[in-house]
Design a protein around this ligand. Structure first.
Ligand code: BG6
Length: 484
């Protein structure tokens, strides 16, 4: 089957930074289906050649040392361009004619990738429908929608309703690029392709789970967007909740789109939705000190660039085990990690001092950078009486496997072409995620909401976040990052 990937918003940042480099990499690794074409669609006027030249330069920059000019020369003829206004019906008719012309009579899978600004999603989808571009008369038609999918539950529902007027759910691929990361998929492999973790992966052995996505970057030139999002919409509703569902879900019977997503949805349905009072006790919000100086950020901005929230999954496996999720900009370093904090040994027969008794086993899944896994346990210090300290067993992808970790989009784009939606969010999943985040966002926006604490760049967020953990008799695992 032939494939055409049509990118809406082709002159934008996502296309040059992520999509085309990923397609090029798939081509270089001979994984792109034979004869696949890429058609750019956006308002700027380009000839095919002018667009190819622009992409050659950006792809070389973003792919880095794996870019090979000769390979690009072979790939470039499959890149085409059709200019058009995303809002103009006649431009979609022209696009349809252009696609019919290049595809001829060949049955073709078409992938419409919406790399446009989110307010345009509904328009592009409606126009695709009106132009007959969603009809599957000559091969599958699929649509890829980037995040954010809505800005709250109501807008996500509304967007789902619009998309479903044109496409069936099985044709829709909602992207969360975290699911394209190898290390995130490896959470499923760790849990469900090994037998030793399952017996202890529950409330009997686990005290709590910490999921941290820390970034050392500042918001910078993205402040205009970030003001309307804030950390909850930008990182929690999508990426962090995805990581939580992978950590908490039951084993699906098969690795297929519905089996996997059914289990994730069950987790989201079991999350206790926060009451207004709990927003005060179970969340922390912060803003880094210089955020208000960022170009585009108002002087009196109340937007949170740091958040920590405590969620409870009310089912047999997780009753009483809090999931502590945290994310922030301007932190000490870039690290994304899932920490499974086990309970301490039930009885300490050694006179090891309070600290050691408190330090229980930990499994650290380091998603990025220095991807790997570390298991921490107590060991006797030799020749020091009965003194012991935390030591570890670890594994890193870099030491174990050759080659670089692929960018998330490579896997995701290939899955769309193959029609595998396992690593994409389903309509009910996105809506449930919003229904967890909305009450917190609303609580944060109320005048009597939890205080917005300022924090210095280069640390671990507001001091209050540390005290909050202390009050729970717990401690953040702040390590930068734990594996090298
Ligand atoms: C994006 C957010 O979805 O994810 C950004 O909009 C954030 O604010 C980024 O920086 C983090 O992605 P990654 O892959 O660098 O962890």
């Amino acid at each position: 089957m032939a494939h055409t990937i049509i990118i809406f918003g082709a002159s934008g940042d996502l296309t040059s930074r992520k999509l085309v480099p990923a397609l090029y990499e798939l081509f270089r690794k001979k994984r792109l289906p034979e004869g696949a074409r890429v058609v750019g669609f956006s308002r700027t006027k380009f000839s095919h050649d002018a667009w190819r030249e622009k992409l050659a330069e950006s792809t070389a920059r973003f792919v880095g040392e794996d870019f090979d000019a000769d390979t690009w020369r072979h790939f470039a003829p499959s890149i085409l361009y059709q200019s058009g206004n995303a809002e103009a019906a006649e431009d979609y008719a022209a696009l349809r004619d252009f696609l019919d012309e290049i595809e001829g009579d060949q049955e073709t899978t078409r992938v419409y990738h919406l790399a446009v600004a989110p307010p345009l999603y509904e328009t592009v989808i409606a126009r695709l429908g009106e132009a007959g571009l969603a009809k599957e008369d000559r091969g599958p038609r699929r649509v890829v929608i980037e995040k954010p999918f809505g800005t709250d539950l109501d807008s996500a529902r509304e967007l789902n309703r619009h998309v479903h007027e044109v496409f069936d759910e099985r044709q829709i691929y909602r992207i969360d690029h975290y699911l394209g990361k190898e290390t995130v998929q490896n959470v499923l492999v760790l849990r469900f392709a090994n037998s030793i973790f399952e017996p202890i992966w529950n409330r009997n052995y686990i005290d709590h789970v910490q999921i941290t996505a820390a970034e050392d970057l500042l918001v910078g030139h993205r402040a205009a967007y970030y003001e309307s999002a804030g950390v909850l919409r930008d990182m929690f509703q999508n990426h962090l909740l995805q990581l939580m569902t992978f950590t908490a879900m039951e084993a699906p019977a098969r690795f297929d789109a519905d089996a996997v997503r059914d289990e994730k949805v069950k987790v989201l349905r079991s999350v206790r939705v926060m009451e207004p009072g709990e927003v005060h006790t179970d969340t922390i919000r912060g803003q880094y000190c210089k955020y208000r100086d960022e170009p585009g950020a108002p002087e009196d901005s109340e937007t949170a660039t740091f958040g920590a929230i405590k969620l409870h999954i009310e089912n047999w496996r997780w009753q009483g085990v809090p999931f502590l999720l945290r994310s922030g900009k301007a932190m000490s370093c870039r690290t994304t990690q899932i920490v499974i904090q086990f309970r301490p040994a039930p009885h300490m027969m050694f006179d090891a001092g309070p600290r050691s008794a408190f330090e229980a086993n930990r499994l650290v899944i380091q998603l990025q950078p220095a991807e790997g896994i570390q298991l921490q346990f107590q060991t006797k210090v030799p020749d020091a009486g009965m003194k012991f300290r935390m030591t570890d067993l670890h594994f890193t992808f870099r030491e174990e496997f050759a080659g670089r970790m692929p960018e998330a989009y490579q896997r995701l784009l290939l899955d769309v072409m193959h029609g595998d939606a396992s690593l994409f969010s389903r309509a009910d999943e996105v809506e449930l995620a919003w229904s967890i985040i909305d009450p917190i966002q609303r609580g944060w926006e109320r005048p009597d909401g939890p205080p917005l604490e300022l924090y210095e760049a280069g640390g671990w967020g507001p001091p209050n976040a540390v005290e909050w953990m202390c009050r729970q008799n717990r401690e953040w695992f702040d390590s930068c990052p734990v594996l090298k």
